[in-house]
Write a new protein. Structure first.
Length: 264
């Protein structure tokens, strides 16, 4: 992201409906799989709101490309935060039980390298939680401000994950209820401010503080979606694609992977 976007993110992250709501979805999907002894890496940890939530469940590590993001994480008192590249993670093989990667692959020139690195640092049976923006046609000035080079289709994201060796356990849309309005807004922005003509240093995101009642209502809608996703419902479309993928366990392994329940 552009440096000023980290300032906006840090200011809004605890209360803004999108940040709070997406954290809730992450917690509902990933929380039940976290056990005693779990180790979680947040790739592209941003200003630390998601990592702060997850650190209440297990030991956590965070990495972000931008020094400003790392500084904000440290202001929150978070530990094990480093500046680095998602495509060259500075961790040994099979260190983590969980890796989260939210709105990060879209910023990588080589997104397959980022996925492959997550696979490398995960233990067999480990879980990879990915959240990415959907529908390339909705690329707008907001994407430029986030320095995103692409948006995803389910087919592309699934193909990349499987090519890296992952097994897909969940792939669903999110921001589904609000999708018609949000998509119309993005399309209008695309017409008024064509992303190909917007200079990166002049790009502006859609993030701005909302009136309390509006923010609360939007968050409740996203919370409702989180409950549906956690119950196993696959939302067929949405502004976001959420995926939970697992690194396969060798057949000879005796230790069950995180979140796995033995069949009797």
């Amino acid at each position: 992201m552009l440096p000023q976007e980290y300032d906006i993110m840090y200011k809004l992250e605890n209360t803004y409906w999108w940040f709070a709501g997406m954290r809730g979805v992450t917690d509902r999907v990933l929380g039940p799989t976290i056990e005693a002894g779990s180790k979680l890496l947040d790739v592209g940890c941003g200003t630390g709101g998601r990592l702060e939530m997850l650190s209440r469940r297990c030991r956590t590590w965070g990495i972000d490309y931008h020094e400003r993001a790392v500084d904000f994480c440290r202001r929150r008192g978070l530990e094990n935060i480093v500046q680095g590249d998602a495509g060259r993670l500075p961790y040994p093989d099979e260190m983590f039980s969980h890796v989260t990667c939210c709105e990060v692959l879209q910023n990588l020139n080589d997104d397959f390298a980022g996925i492959s690195e997550a696979f490398r640092v995960l233990r067999p049976g480990g879980l990879y939680y990915v959240s990415e923006q959907a529908y390339p046609v909705l690329r707008s000035q907001h994407d430029v401000s986030q320095q995103a080079v692409r948006r995803y289709t389910r087919r592309r994201l699934k193909r990349l994950l499987m090519a890296a060796g992952f097994e897909i356990e969940l792939m669903t849309g999110a921001n589904t209820i609000l999708f018609p309005g949000l998509a119309a807004f993005r399309l209008a922005s695309r017409v008024l401010h064509p992303p190909s003509r917007v200079k990166p240093e002049e790009a502006r995101s859609n993030l701005s503080e909302l009136p309390g009642p509006v923010n609360s209502t939007l968050r409740k809608l996203l919370d409702f979606e989180g409950k549906m996703i956690a119950s196993g419902r696959n939302l067929p479309f949405g502004l976001t694609i959420i995926t939970l993928a697992r690194k396969p366990v060798p057949e000879a392994a005796e230790v069950p992977p995180p979140g796995h329940k033995r069949q009797h």
